[in-house]
Design a protein around this ligand. Structure first.
Ligand code: FPP
Length: 386
């Protein structure tokens, strides 16, 4: 978004929108309820616009009005709010002498809609496992920005796991460290298959850090071999379970055949939508931030959302910014982040368990999630009264 447009957008969002009162409905107070109902109706109009464009591509104003079955004279005002938020492009032209307005969803709008739909899907999943309304949060647009993460919702979680303890687990059994990693790969399967039923929508596993290159070459070779085998043997299971696999991190230091295996697994599972699995391989959060900052340096109107797109590109996550981490679990008894998702963990809840990764079971993951749900997340604000 150019500086001028951004400034106009800011000015518009700073001006309160005057909306007609809709009358009282039963509840906490007539005025508050009327405002709430009013807010929902207006937000649904904007959701309708965005959804219609996602399905239909570029749409003239008249078609949009017909599609939404609305006589709402404010349709263009809603579209303008979405345009100001960077979700829509508005193309103005002439059809002969008749002015013509067409709308189109931007990449950012598409991403926000995807986030919204994931959120809805997560609510359905959470309802299935019996979580309460109180965890479900708002599913509507907030002002002129749509919810892009599961922030404060308690559902559709992004869980990150630092899978620590393989080496110690193997040593304690008189076996080489590589053996511990092989057992750890089994735990990966267990956790991936259990995650969706627990309301997890994104699971990021720390499989190999940039600093792990310093390990003995035998161990590095064994780990790379395990990744190759995992990609080859697990892809059919991932497909069966609706798991989309992506590998985040640098690829230029990985063997060519491993990169090819990653590309293949990513392409084959691209349409899966039950769980977004990200394996962090040759990953360093600080390195990703430096590379994103370098790419962003040319952009003088950079904001947090733009930076997150650069960050996603820096780690091969495509155009989708990594959602904020809700819960970070580290096994193996250590209590540190080790250069993992530092930006995305800004408000993550941290759970450390002494359990070594090869011993970690789905009930341990369930326990971590229960602990997460018992925490009060305030994101720097104060707790709501009442
Ligand atoms: C840290 O434990 C673990 C790793 C560096 C590797 C993680 C790899 C796996 C869990 C297996 C392979 C994964 C996939 C996705 C197939 P550590 O060995 O440093 O433990 P320690 O602290 O006991 O030495």
């Amino acid at each position: 978004m150019g500086a001028e447009r951004k400034a106009t957008a800011q000015a518009r969002t700073d001006t309160p929108v005057t909306r007609p009162a809709l009358g009282a409905v039963a509840g906490a107070g007539p005025e508050a309820d009327a405002l709430e109902l009013d807010r929902l109706i207006h937000e649904r109009v904007r959701l309708g616009i965005v959804s219609a464009l996602a399905v239909n591509g570029r749409l003239p104003f008249t078609d949009l009005r017909e599609l939404l079955g609305t006589t709402d004279g404010n349709l263009s005002a809603h579209a303008r709010r979405l345009e100001d938020a960077g979700y829509l492009w508005c193309h103005k032209s002439f059809d002969g002498r008749v002015p013509r307005t067409e709308y189109e969803l931007t990449a950012r709008g598409r991403q926000a809609l995807r986030g919204y739909l994931d959120h809805m899907q997560a609510i359905v999943a959470a309802t299935r496992v019996g979580w309460t309304e109180q965890n479900s949060g708002s599913i509507f647009f907030h002002g002129n920005s749509m919810t892009q993460s599961t922030r404060a919702s308690g559902v559709g979680l992004h869980v990150g796991i630092i899978m620590d303890g393989n080496g110690r687990w193997a040593k304690a059994r008189g076996r080489p460290r590589e053996w511990g990693h092989r057992q750890g790969a089994r735990t990966v399967r267990t956790v991936v298959e259990a995650a969706p039923e627990m309301g997890i929508r994104t699971l990021t596993l720390y499989a190999f850090s940039q600093d792990n290159w310093q390990r003995p070459s035998r161990e590095v070779r064994a780990l790379m071999g395990l990744f190759r085998r995992y990609l080859r043997s697990e892809t059919p299971r991932l497909l069966e379970n609706g798991v989309r696999l992506r590998v985040i991190g640098r690829r230029d230091r990985l063997a060519v055949d491993l990169v090819e295996a990653i590309d293949r697994a990513e392409a084959e599972t691209a349409a899966c939508a039950r769980l977004d699995l990200r394996l962090a391989v040759d990953y360093s959060s600080r390195d990703a931030m430096v590379r994103a900052a370098r790419a962003a340096a040319a952009c003088d109107t950079l904001d947090r959302v733009d930076f997150e797109v650069h960050l996603a590109r820096a780690i091969h996550a495509g155009e989708d910014a990594l959602p904020e981490v809700d819960l970070l679990v580290r096994t193996g008894g250590e209590q540190r982040l080790s250069d993992f998702l530092l930006w995305e963990c800004a408000y993550a809840e941290l759970v450390f368990t002494p359990r070594m990764w090869p011993d970690f079971e789905s009930r341990d993951l369930a326990a971590a999630i229960r602990e997460f749900h018992g925490r009060h997340r305030r994101f720097g604000a104060v707790a709501a009264a009442g």
